[in-house]
Design a protein around this ligand. Structure first.
Ligand code: BES
Ligand code: ZN
Length: 685
């Protein structure tokens, strides 16, 4: 089956790091999850070098759905499915045609029944394959008002891991069986049924699946009826409860053989983790994570989870890492299952993060949905930040934020320093562009700037703003600006202006800092310029950012003594009451998305904080990472070499350092030979 083939193709495209090739979804490196789907920035450069964008128009709004009554009958032997759609629609303006999304589906019949009127049969189905649309043509005008659109159709259970597809699994007795599963994000619901496949066109769904009676059938909602299928006694008809109003990309169904473990979260939601048959044990850890996570989000957002159940299911063939379908979250097996006897701590951390990520979307994404794919970065960036907040709350012993800095944050800085990076927020038109923007910039830089924003606003006001946003836009759609406005109101800070400088332009600044002692005050000279991996940029149009800067001193290495917003190229800051022998550090906690270049004296003064470990691990990591990145681009290489040696000299594990250093140097084609001398026993890690 070709989905097996495509998985291995993705694996081969994976990183140079051999450990990642052997284990595609590495639990230790956040970066790797993106490599499963996205090969670094290559897709991004394709997007930006595209000569011409295909013209794209959204669906007309003269007819829109209110409710989809959908019956699907998959055939797990022929790999086809039959479908019947009976959609309650509103006609807002008289028309003789209905335009919907539709791809790889054959419509057999279509008709429209106006409320209280006669059925009108469609006289033609005009497929626009390139645009994945179909126009249903009617012989007379469909008048303004309510009506019912009926469509009978057939499709293929494809092997492309998108739309409604087949997934091969091996039973405990060694036989190969197939499951029928869905993956609709971003624009593949249209491959399972004709629909208005845009995130802002929300409707309720009544789903019925006709399936072999020995198979499990799941969908977004709980089962309300299960009865024999009159035409074939080997089948049953499973009817699910009506969903809340939702976007088509979040609809899901799964038909296959699974075991499950079940629990109730403290807020009364039934949680099940579905595993391959015979592996229920391996679902227990994810079950624990999910039951802890749901109450965390309920409390954090001050909004309860709106569905009666949530299922988490491991799918044998799955293109992404996981998908947040409302009430039925699908995962690749390695992102959900934990073998209690043989798994390592990093695998558990990975599962906890993925579960935390997808469950965050149940609120942020599913309850409040982006108005258009342009705002996708916010959906993914937010979930990629809050998953850490959640795991840190549920499993404080993991010290998970250090992992955020070592994986997401530093990776985002590295990629975003390249000349072929792109702004987090990109205009998206044609559906073919959507997949291209799911990259490390949307995820890791997105998460990093949300983390910086959270720190700038403070947790209390951030939560207040989030709650206002979720309440105002629940069951609706929102844009990035809507969130900024709610956070601005809650905090009284210029959130939109600050955040626009980070999301609408690519790259980030390097903050250059120098200090002078004036009596009991320390005067800091702070300036910003764009950080470029290819060398300093001194042209006139050099961009600048609104940079939230916090400052700490040796008196409280993890406490912010002062905060300033750098909203110009340079400024001076007066830090009062600081003894001449005390150090000052910028960016405690390494939350700001920028690099720092200290004067030699300031850097030197930080060495004791590195040696005696009073500087937080994330800060030592941040310092080290900044120094490496500065290594190749300084005019005075000798001074840099000395500076780096001084800091590295404070780190133990000389072999490791030498290897890291060699790697950094070979990558940057820097030919000087560095020797790490004068190592002490106290260290950075
Ligand atoms: N919504 C995405 C999955 C997705 C992305 C589907 C792009 C289709 C196109 C989901 O929430 C997600 O972000 N999944 C990640 C794993 C996650 C833990 C970061 C993935 O699939 O890589
Ligand atoms: Zn996501």
């Amino acid at each position: 089956m070709s989905c097996r083939v495509s998985l291995s193709v993705i694996r081969l495209a994976l990183p140079r790091n051999p450990t990642l090739v052997a284990k595609p979804v590495s639990p230790t490196l956040r970066a790797s999850r993106l490599l499963v789907r996205f090969n670094s920035l290559s897709s991004v450069s394709t997007l930006f070098s595209m000569p011409e964008r295909r013209p794209f128009v959204r669906l007309p709004t003269d007819v829109y759905p209110v409710n989809y009554g959908l019956r699907l009958k998959p055939d797990l032997i022929d790999f086809t499915f039959e479908g019947k759609l009976e959609a309650a629609v509103e006609v807002t303006q008289g028309t003789n045609q209905i335009v919907m999304n539709c791809a790889d589906i054959d419509i057999i019949t279509a008709s429209f029944v106006p409320e209280g009127g006669e059925e009108i049969n469609a006289t033609g189905f005009n497929y626009q394959n390139e645009d994945e649309k179909v126009t249903l043509c009617f012989p007379s005008i469909l008048q303004k008002g309510s009506g019912s659109l009926k469509i009978d159709f057939v499709g293929e259970l494809n092997d492309k891991m998108k739309g409604f597809y087949r997934s091969k699994y091996t039973t405990p007795s060694g036989e190969n069986h197939y499951a029928a599963v869905t993956q609709f994000e971003a624009t593949d619901a249209r491959r399972a049924f004709p629909c208005w496949d845009e995130p802002a066109i929300k409707a309720t769904f009544d789903i019925t699946l006709i399936v072999p009676k020995d198979r499990i059938a799941l969908s977004n909602m709980n089962v309300v009826d299960r009865k024999p299928y009159p035409e074939d006694h080997s089948l049953v008809e499973v009817k699910f409860a009506t969903t809340p109003i939702m976007s088509s990309y979040l609809v899901a169904f799964v038909i296959g053989e699974y075991d499950f473990v079940e629990s109730q979260s403290s807020d009364g939601v039934t949680v099940r983790v579905y595993t391959p048959v015979g592996k229920a044990e391996q679902g227990k850890f994810a079950l624990e994570v999910a039951t802890k996570t749901l109450p965390f989000y309920k409390d954090y957002f001050s909004v309860p989870y709106p569905l009666p159940k949530i299922d988490l299911i491991a799918i044998a063939d799955f293109a992404a890492g996981a998908m947040e379908n409302w009430g039925l979250v699908t995962y690749r097996e390695t992102a959900l299952l934990i073998d209690p006897k043989n798994s390592c701590a990093s695998s558990r951390q990975w599962v906890a993060l993925v579960v935390g990520h997808e469950l965050a979307h149940q609120w942020f994404g599913n309850l409040v949905t982006m108005e258009w794919w342009t705002h996708l970065w916010l959906n993914e960036g937010f979930a990629s930040w809050i998953e850490y907040l959640c795991v840190d709350h549920c499993f404080p012993e993991y010290d998970i934020w250090t992992q955020f800095v070592s994986a997401d944050y530093t990776r985002a800085l590295d990629l975003d320093a390249l000349d072929n990076s792109h702004p987090i927020e990109v205009d998206v038109g044609h559906p073919s562009e959507v997949d291209e923007i799911f990259d490390a910039i949307s995820y890791s830089k997105g998460a990093s700037v949300i983390r910086m924003l959270h720190n700038y606003i403070g947790d209390e006001d951030f939560r207040k703003g989030m709650n206002a946003y979720l309440l105002k836009f629940q069951h609706k759609n929102a844009s990035t600006e809507d969130l900024w406005e709610c956070l601005e109101q809650a905090s009284g800070k210029p959130i939109a202006a600050v955040m626009n400088s980070w999301t609408k332009q690519m790259g980030f600044p390097i903050i250059v800092v120098d200090q002078e002692q004036h009596g009991s005050d320390r005067v800091l000279k702070i300036s910003q310029k764009k950080f470029c991996a290819s060398g300093p940029r001194n042209d006139e149009n050099c961009p600048s950012w609104m940079v939230p800067i916090s400052i700490c001193t040796s008196e409280g290495p993890s406490c912010t003594k002062m905060k300033v917003l750098l909203d110009q190229p340079e400024t001076t800051v007066n830090v009062t009451n600081i003894a001449p022998d005390h150090w000052i550090k910028i960016n405690p906690g390494t939350v700001g998305f920028y690099r720092i270049q200290y004067s030699s004296a300031m850097l030197e003064s930080l060495l004791p904080g590195i040696r005696d470990l009073t500087l937080l691990p994330v800060d030592r990591l941040g310092l080290q990472n900044d120094l490496f990145s500065l290594l190749h681009k300084q005019a005075d290489m000798q001074e840099e070499k000395n500076r780096i040696e001084r800091v590295l000299g404070a780190i133990p594990a000389p072999d490791l350092i030498q290897r890291v250093l060699n790697f950094a140097l070979s990558v940057r084609k820097y030919t000087h030979t560095l020797t790490v001398e004068n190592r002490s026993d106290c260290g950075i890690f």
